[in-house]
Design a protein around this ligand. Structure first.
Ligand code: PBG
Length: 334
């Protein structure tokens, strides 16, 4: 039994006493949620003046770089510490070798340079994975019916270095290849990028909750098969601890558990066991569920959103990646 279980019985002990007034509820709150706990994932698109709503994610829009710069400035004004960037790459630049991933003038790198110049104070997280660039929608290279690990890692390293050269603050490998964190870390060190951080998607599950994201970056339609040979089986918790242990030993500065709500136990285990910065990813499908119910008037949007985010913090997350970051920041400012 935990030491916080009261030895004193009712009526000497009435737990409701501490809940009588707002000031007291605030005073004894175990968990706090602030704008400093939010990372905003955003979708980039080519062109200028482009703003494209994502149908399955109400309130989310792909933006061209010029508008993304304004959005980044607004996010910084709201106090949001960092953006996580994801590109919608024109289909003619999807190839079997994913070469666009390490083109220094690709959409990601141009966005990184533009935001970095205009909004110097905001943190920029660049996703490392090949799915925006491959012709088959997989995160790795596909050969003879399978995703090849080590050749993929070599391309991921080039992709990470290209983003680091463009000025990204954090590279976030979301591909789930074995050994990629160590390979990326060594390459960053060798290239003098010793302050570029690695936020590893250490425990990323083969989840059906990524559906709306694949709409947003247009990879869902042509994904061959599924990602279960590299993303984790949702049935596994101990394996998540092994993934996290490896990524830390390879040089990860922070780790992500993804998706969020169905995996709160994993967040808790990772925080308790390793004590490293751990982020929850409140993924596209979780966002879509909340918005769909709120649109129908079945759930209170604002209260369910804040309750969800507090839940991540209570489970042990240090921060949450959520498409609702600006909305949450506005609610928290009230
Ligand atoms: C792919 C990637 C995915 C997400 C982030 N990076 C989708 C996938 O693995 O297929 C999902 C994010 C979300 O659903 O919000 N590297």
């Amino acid at each position: 039994m935990s030491p916080s279980v009261p030895a004193v019985a009712y009526p000497r002990n009435r737990l409701r006493r501490n809940r009588t007034d707002e000031w007291c509820r605030r005073l004894v709150a175990e968990t706090t949620l602030t704008t400093a706990d939010l990372v905003w994932p955003v979708f980039l698109v080519e062109g200028t003046g482009q703003r494209q709503p994502v149908a399955s994610m109400p309130g989310v829009e792909r933006m061209s770089i010029d508008l993304m710069v304004d959005a980044a400035a607004a996010a910084a004004d709201l106090g949001i510490p960092a953006l996580a960037l994801f590109p919608l790459v024109p289909s003619e630049r999807h190839t079997d070798d994913a070469a666009e991933a390490y083109n220094p003038d690709n959409l990601m790198c141009r966005a990184i340079r533009a935001i970095r110049a205009a909004v110097p104070g905001i943190g920029l997280v660049g996703d490392v994975a090949l799915d925006p660039y491959t012709s088959h929608g997989h995160d790795g290279l596909y050969r003879d019916g399978r995703i090849v690990n080590d050749e993929t890692v070599a391309v991921l390293v080039r992709q990470a270095l290209t983003m680091a050269d463009a000025g990204v603050d954090v590279v976030a490998p979301s591909d789930m290849m074995d050994g990629r964190v160590g390979a990326v870390r060594d390459a960053l060190e060798a290239a003098g990028h010793d302050t570029v951080k690695i936020c590893a998607y250490a425990a990323k599950y083969a989840s059906a909750f990524y559906g709306p994201f694949r709409d947003a970056v247009n990879t869902g339609g042509f994904l061959k098969g599924d990602k279960r040979t590299y993303q984790m089986n949702p049935a596994n918790g101990r394996e998540a601890e092994r993934e996290v242990a490896l990524d830390i030993s390879e040089g990860a500065d922070m780790v992500i558990v993804k998706p969020g709500l169905p995996y709160l136990d994993i967040i808790h285990r990772v925080k308790e066991r390793f004590g490293v910065p751990v982020f929850a990813y409140h993924v596209s499908g979780e966002y879509a569920m909340l918005k769909a119910a709120a649109e129908r008037g079945w759930l209170d949007n604002d209260r369910t959103l804040i309750e969800t985010l507090v839940g991540f913090k209570r489970a042990g997350a240090d921060a949450v990646l959520t498409y609702a970051a600006p909305e949450a920041a506005r609610l928290l400012a009230r």
